[in-house]
Design a protein around this ligand. Structure first.
Ligand code: GLY
Length: 346
């Protein structure tokens, strides 16, 4: 089994991110990780109804009454869901020696991590991400939280998981747009830190729309996780370089918002990367050809990078972004594949 160890020196936190192929491997691994502790599993209706992992639950060690199935979707990322998780945990008589398990995408992972940070002032959480996006991004690094009327992820806590378990079999039930959402993040990792990773992702495009693609792309998830791990180890709380992971996201969040969240996250990040590159070119920070390189890779995965919103509207929506620094909007601009820098908009 392949695994990556993440170590944050201060405070000293170490955990593994493991990569498995099948649900039977997951079951064995989860059983040994829970290791007799009292537990709660939090998932959503989509994952619960569509994945063979939960369909075979009666044959597994998991007890059905310990599974809380929430409604899917970003609009469920609220205090009310956190309340449901906490209530169920009290009903199950969980205590400080218990463990929370998130089996879902970013919304489930973020909420479960946040609820775990609150329950009895903090219990461990195991993250089992079920989307390509949550495997490569949100399950690793300990950012947890909920949305409120002021914006996305504005209330939360840093709560590093006890373990992250990525399982290829979860990818098989995902719609294409979910795979594209994950690809958006993985390509972003390549642009931030690794021309090789960028090239490897591009190479998998030969298998796009073929069954083999999922296996090919899953093999590259550890490369993405390593890039994120290296950044989080140096800067858990985003005082510096962790902000590089926001490449494409400041523009991207504004675009998602302007489209009433009809533009999916992967496409919004892709458009964000193109807009950041255009800005970088206009500031003479990178070569003009970088735009073509980025458009080419996104197009190979059928991610449309055309932006239908005017820049003044995007900038206006961006002023509400939490990635502001001293009142200024802070962008991440690419210099070349594998290299980015901060840029404060004046
Ligand atoms: N998703 C960006 C980060 O974890 O910092």
């Amino acid at each position: 089994m392949q695994k990556i160890s993440l170590n944050i020196p201060q405070p000293d936190i170490t955990y593994d991110i493991e990569f498995l192929k099948t649900f039977s491997e997951l079951e064995k691994n989860l059983k040994s990780q829970i290791n007799g502790r009292n537990y709660i599993i939090i998932t959503d209706e989509n994952v619960f109804s569509k994945t063979a992992f939960f369909q075979n639950i009666k044959k597994s060690f998991l007890e059905e009454n310990r599974i809380l199935v929430l409604k899917p979707g970003e609009e469920e990322k609220t205090w009310s869901s956190i309340d449901k998780i906490l209530e169920k945990s009290f009903k199950l008589e969980l205590d400080r020696s218990s463990v929370f398990v998130a089996i879902g995408g970013g919304v489930i992972g973020d909420m479960t991590g946040f609820a775990a940070s609150l329950f009895m002032r903090g219990v461990p959480v195991i993250q089992v991400p079920t989307t390509l996006l949550s495997m490569t991004d949100s399950s690793v690094g300990g950012k947890t939280g909920i949305d409120n009327k002021h914006g996305k992820n504005l209330v939360g806590a840093f709560m590093q998981p006890e373990k992250v378990i990525c399982v290829q079999a979860f990818l098989e039930t995902l719609p294409k747009v979910e795979i594209q959402n994950g690809l958006g993040e993985m390509i972003k990792h390549g642009i931030i830190a690794s021309p090789n990773h960028f090239k490897h992702i591009k190479n998998t495009s030969k298998f796009w729309n073929q069954d083999e693609f999922l296996q090919q792309i899953f093999q590259l998830v550890p490369e993405s996780v390593k890039i994120k791990k290296n950044i989080v180890e140096q800067d858990q709380k985003e005082a510096g370089i962790r902000g590089f992971l926001n490449l494409g996201h400041t523009y991207g969040h504004a675009i998602e918002q302007l489209s009433d969240f009809k533009i999916p996250h992967g496409r919004a990040v892709a458009i964000g990367c193109i807009l950041a590159t255009q800005k970088s070119i206009s500031e003479n920070l990178c070569d003009e050809n970088l735009i073509k390189t980025l458009e080419e890779i996104f197009t190979l995965f059928e991610i449309d990078t055309k932006c239908e919103f005017k820049m003044d509207k995007i900038l206006n929506a961006m002023t509400h972004d939490k990635k502001k620094k001293n009142g200024k909007i802070r962008l991440i601009l690419p210099l070349e594949i594998g290299k980015v820098k901060y840029f404060d908009l004046q």
